[in-house]
Design a protein around this ligand. Structure first.
Ligand code: 7GP
Length: 808
């Protein structure tokens, strides 16, 4: 408390009586931060002193979510802080609301990175996260007439108490220019080398963030890079007396870390994006080599010290960068350098959509990073020679595997580069890893079967159960003690309690209190009114056609249609609230149309005085980590309905199951493993399997056939086509309808009936609250496997072979 008041007075420069909520939040954040500081310094010193083998997680995205609650939890200060503030008349919850979450990621991939660094710290693994400190994170989503409007995310406006800038540790990053061959040394010692003369440079300034382990005295580091203009750059121009030009140069440099690209599962191919990628990767390698290794360290031993984990292809340019450092700067010969480089990287792929695999035009890469392009060519030449040697002169195979694509333009396939270089390549769920081996990277898996492995994703139980669901956490701890927070397999001990009526009653009480919290949040945040007495049916994730929000919507429209026609009896229908949360990439036109359609359908249904008693749509704008933390614990039903073979893993699916929602889902991604663990009786499976979907596609899929044969599907689509949800205007949603009828790439119509049938089973099950809560308890008890601590153990065993120091 004294600490807190001191922060308020001396750092915020205010007094208790006059402090704003933001002042109070900042003062508390600094107090906690202060408390964690000595552990942070100790962890850092310990790593430096013992030089263990560690992990550097390279990721263009870290979707952290709010920091205060997590820091208090990790430091075990929540109760003390709550009481101390209460005695000053301050409500800690209100103050926590003042924190703007750092939205430095798009969705699954970025949130996964955040879960992983939490687990690494909790497990005492020497690890550092490296990424970009975007000045603007993922856009704020607003709805105007039901359509998505994007606004900039000013997350830094009130200052972030969680970051520590270190301008004195700035790193210079070069771009452009040209390369030349030169002879180094004389006579017998003479060797041919390459010199890169860059065209321009920027500085990278590191910002450090604490990553506190859960009550284990460990605090790891997340280091995010911010771009600045070099001083030389400015000065030269200033000397010509062109002030305006100097400022322009500054802006140009600083653009690199200005904004997160809001694409998800679809790469943008923009020059600035490649600049961002090289920028953060070059800074990170330099930083690791110069600052985390002792002076004079022999880089030939680098693989003994580090594994750089590549979070998808975004950081893959690190591969030629390390090779460049070893060959051009350290003077190692190519083969020796390549052997070292290969042993330092591992690659995780997060997608199955071929169009989501990053490709950089040779023209662009060569202009921005001429030396790296040369290195990539050389890597490719050596690699293709290896292919020819082991597989004969199969030119089709060679063309398929080449790192360089020739069509539609010459371009570097970053996934191929990553696969060629990495010690290990992993997918993010069993099915996904299998499809990577069998389809997406099949030629590589034949050549190097031992390179391929799986690590199923996980989520941190600290944020997504302990913090997000205090009610359930209390109940679990009361039953089995609190060891589950760092050993989630222990949730198994809850299994017998699924048969205990008293436990189930209390479980329902918790769910119902969580629903009340959600009702309160949506009312306050969005002015949305929902009834906590209804089944909460939730679909939250990025808006993408493969995830099939339209399938959910067709179900809702069918219910509406049947209720209206009297086919379904209002009095005998399980009341539901269907909650959507989804951002669309700003350039993804179809996704934005689907958002508008959801909102328009919602407007019509919610305005119907009769039907809205049993069916409502709630679509709060700007779904983010903070909303997820209140929404997920309140859900009854989790919608995981992607076309089988398209969702790499999903991680929302895990969060819902762990919080006691039942899943309606396809046999896709980690759904497969969830269902295996919880059992078929406690999971609503529907839809084509991956092989079935592949066979349908093979045979020539005709969505219109389903439309013609299925009357209720026809009625649902006709309602949209006839303008029922667009004030009679048939043109508004014509693109959505004709896409579904004409192409329907993700087979929504093929899975419609099966989905409807599954929803009928859902309703029937929900009518029996006792059986439903038994299933829900079993979902919690059987999904401890999905802790990101377990994912980290798998990475350690299968990929990193890093050491663990302290930790749990
Ligand atoms: C996502 C996948 O779509 C999701 O299924 C998975 O759970 C998550 O990664 C974490 O592994 N992918 C992305 O978010 C993404 O942007 C770019 O992928 C290739």
């Amino acid at each position: 408390m004294r600490e807190y008041l001191r922060e308020l007075n001396f750092t915020q420069g205010t007094v208790l009586q006059r402090a704003s909520t933001n002042d109070e939040y900042l003062a508390l954040a600094r107090t906690v931060r202060h408390y964690l500081m000595s552990r942070w310094m100790e962890t850092t010193t310990e790593y430096y002193r013992t030089q263990p083998k560690g992990v550097a997680y390279l990721s263009a995205e870290f979707l952290l979510g709010r920091q205060l609650g997590n820091a208090l939890l990790a430091a075990d200060l929540t109760d003390i802080a709550t009481e101390a503030l209460a005695s000053l008349g301050i409500d800690i919850a209100e103050l926590a609301e003042a924190e703007v979450e750092p939205g430095l990621g798009n969705g699954g991939l970025g949130r996964l990175a955040a879960c992983f660094i939490d687990s690494l710290a909790t497990m005492g693994v020497p690890a550092i996260g490296y990424g970009i400190r975007y000045e603007y994170g993922i856009f704020r989503q607003n709805f105007v007439d039901g359509r998505q409007v994007e606004e900039p995310d000013h997350w830094l406006d009130n200052g972030s108490p969680w970051e520590f800038a270190h301008p004195e540790h700035e790193v210079t990053v070069s771009f452009g220019g040209s390369t030349e061959r030169y002879t180094d040394g004389e006579g017998d010692d003479a060797v041919e080398r390459t010199r890169w003369t860059p065209g321009w440079q920027v500085l990278g300034v590191p910002y450090n963030y604490m990553v506190p382990g859960y009550r284990n005295q460990q605090v790891n580091t997340l280091r995010l890079w911010s771009a600045r203009a070099t001083h030389a750059f400015d000065l030269k121009i200033f000397n010509y007396g062109d002030y305006a030009e100097a400022v322009r140069a500054q802006t140009f440099a600083e653009n690199i870390s200005k904004v997160l690209y809001p694409e998800d599962s679809t790469p943008q191919g923009k020059e600035l994006r490649l600049q961002q990628q090289y920028f953060f990767v070059a800074c990170s390698l330099r930083d690791f080599i110069d600052r985390l290794l002792p002076g004079g360290f022999d880089l030939r031993r680098l693989p003994e010290r580090i594994c750089f984990q590549l979070n998808d292809t975004h950081p893959v340019i690190a591969i030629p960068e390390l090779q460049r450092i070893l060959v051009d700067e350290e003077g190692l010969d190519w083969d020796e350098a390549w052997d070292i480089t290969r042993r330092c990287f591992a690659y995780t792929c997060h997608t199955l959509l071929p169009e989501a695999l990053e490709v950089w035009p040779v023209e662009l890469l060569g202009r921005l990073l001429p030396r790296h392009l040369e290195i990539i060519y050389r890597i490719n030449d050596d690699f293709l020679a290896e292919v020819r040697e082991s597989r004969g002169d199969d030119e089709l195979l060679v063309r398929r595997m080449s790192i360089i694509a020739e069509h539609p333009q010459r371009a570097v396939r970053m996934a191929h580069l990553a696969t060629v270089a990495a010690t290990k390549v992993n997918g993010v769920a069993e099915l996904h890893s299998q499809l990577l081996r069998d389809k997406v990277l099949a030629d590589f898996a034949t050549l190097w079967p031992e390179k391929f492995t799986n690590v199923t994703n996980g989520v941190t139980p600290r944020r997504f159960v302990r913090l997000a669901n205090p009610g359930l956490s209390g109940l679990i701890t009361e039953a089995i003690g609190d060891g589950w927070v760092t050993d989630l397999d222990r949730l198994r001990e809850l299994e017998p309690l699924a048969d205990d009526p008293e436990f189930r009653r209390r479980f329902r009480e918790v769910k119902s209190a969580n629903k009340d919290r959600l009702v309160e949040l949506l009312a306050r945040r969005d002015g949305i009114d929902i009834d906590p007495g209804t089944m909460l049916d939730v679909m939250v994730k990025r808006l993408h056609e493969y995830k099939r929000q339209t399938l959910k919507l067709l179900h809702v429209i069918t219910l509406y249609d049947r209720l209206r026609s009297g086919e379904l009896d209002l009095a005998d229908t399980v009341p539901r609230t269907v909650v959507f949360g989804a951002k669309a990439a700003p350039g993804y036109v179809m996704a934005k149309e689907i958002i508008a359609l959801i909102n328009h359908v919602g407007a019509v249904i919610n305005a119907d005085p009769e039907i809205s008693r049993v069916l409502r749509i709630a679509f709060p704008a700007n779904y983010d980590v903070t909303v997820a933390e209140t929404l997920i614990p309140a859900a009854d039903l989790s919608e995981q309905i992607s076309l089988a073979g398209k969702e790499a893993s999903g991680t929302g699916n895990m969060k819902f199951a762990l919080n006691g929602a039942l899943t309606v889902g396809t046999d896709d991604g980690a759904n497969v493993e969830i269902r295996q663990l919880v059992g078929d009786d406690h999971f609503f499976l529907f839809g084509l399997t991956e092989p079935e979907a592949a066979a349908v596609a093979e045979g020539g899929y005709r969505p219109s056939a389903y439309y013609e044969e299925n009357a209720s599907l026809r009625r649902a689509l006709d309602l949209v086509a006839r303008g029922e949800f667009s004030g009679g205007d048939r043109s508004t949603f014509e693109p959505v309808v004709s896409n579904l009828l004409g192409e329907d790439r993700f087979m929504v119509l093929a899975d419609y009936q099966s989905y409807l049938d599954a929803q009928e089973r859902v309703e029937a099950a929900y009518r029996d609250p006792d059986a439903w809560s038994r299933s829900a308890v079993l979902n919690v008890a059987r999904t401890g496997f999905f802790s990101s601590d377990r994912s980290m153990r798998d990475y350690l065993d299968r990929i990193w072979h890093a050491e663990r120091l302290g930790g749990a």
